[in-house]
Design a protein around this ligand. Structure first.
Ligand code: C2E
Ligand code: MG
Ligand code: MG
Ligand code: MG
Length: 275
């Protein structure tokens, strides 16, 4: 009996796995088509400077409206793009599009683009950045690249060298989702980041002593190192008051502004300009 149920269980998992693999393969085919037929868009979420109360720039976030399934989140398709190597093309597209759209924004508004670890490994990132800047006319100082610890976990000097060269071009480098990796602090010694983005899990719990202490410590680090500290995922007035009180430089989150289309973003920056 035990054997029977064991076999059934096995079959259950096997067919479950088949289905997962099939879904993933379909997604890969659709992803390939969407890249070819420009099926992606970027949405932009505002990032506020807290001291001045003004928008400093926007984070570009990939959006995919799948022809059959409807909107699919980057949390689902980015991993598939990474596994299949399609992230090189998709990432280059995002860089170009973000720089092109941001070049039309007034003043010194910045655009932040997320860069995956695979884009570093597959090389060509530096060239892709240079091309995107040249094609758009966006000054390098208005471009920020957001990388996660997984980029630095690759532990090759070539990654650090690449980051240094990008930074020497004037591009700003931000450490995204800070606090969620394994040995966050060691990475701060390896590269002089322009910005640290505190992961939203800490902001969500900021009314608890431990998370509050972490945020305060990171702000202290930022002050010593001359690094901008951004709080991610600010959803309530109370969280905003707390991160302000702890001295975060910048804030981003649904309370302050949701990711919006390029068109809505253009309207927003024009209205701000006029005010
Ligand atoms: P991320 O870079 O940490 O981006 C922030 C994510 O948090 C976005 O999710 C954003 O919509 C969401 N968010 C912003 N404010 C709030 C808030 O107040 N509450 C909550 N609950 N969420 C908030 P999204 O757009 O689904 O993107 C998820 C992740 O996908 C990004 O995390 C990033 O790692 C990745 N991603 C998005 N676009 C790109 C891209 O162009 N290239 C690469 N390599 N990765 C991307
Ligand atoms: Mg990001
Ligand atoms: Mg983040
Ligand atoms: Mg994230």
């Amino acid at each position: 009996r035990a054997k029977d149920s064991g076999r059934n269980t096995f079959r259950f998992y096997e067919s479950g796995m088949d289905q997962a693999v099939a879904t993933r393969n379909l997604l890969e085919i659709d992803l390939r088509n969407a890249i070819r037929s420009s099926g992606f868009t970027l949405h932009y979420q505002p990032i506020f400077n807290l001291a001045e109360g003004v928008v400093r720039g926007f984070e570009a976030l990939l959006r995919w409206d799948h022809p059959v399934r409807g909107p699919i989140s980057p949390g689902e398709f980015i991993p598939v793009a990474e596994e299949t190597g399609l992230i090189a093309q998709l990432g280059a597209w995002a860089l170009n599009q973000a720089c092109r759209e941001a070049a039309a924004w007034p003043g010194e508004l910045r655009v932040a683009v997320n860069v995956s670890a695979v884009q570093f490994r597959k090389a060509g990132l530096e060239q892709a950045v240079m091309r995107a800047l040249a094609n758009s006319g966006l000054p390098a100082r208005r471009l920020e690249l957001e990388i996660t610890e997984s980029v630095l976990m690759q532990d090759s000097d070539s990654v650090i060298d690449c980051l240094h060269r990008l930074r020497a071009m004037g591009v700003r480098i931000a450490l995204d989702d800070f606090g969620t990796g394994y040995s966050s602090l060691s990475y701060l010694c390896r590269f002089p980041f322009d910005k640290i983005k505190i992961d939203r899990s800490f902001i969500r719990e900021i009314d608890e002593p431990v998370a509050a202490a972490v945020v305060r410590a990171v702000v202290g680090l930022g002050e010593r190192l001359g690094t901008t500290i951004t709080a991610e995922g600010v959803e309530t007035e109370e969280q905003l008051a707390r991160i302000r009180n702890k001295g975060c430089t910048e804030a981003q989150g649904f309370l302050l502004g949701r990711p919006q289309s390029a068109e809505a973003t253009r309207t927003l920056v024009a209205r701000q300009r006029a005010a």
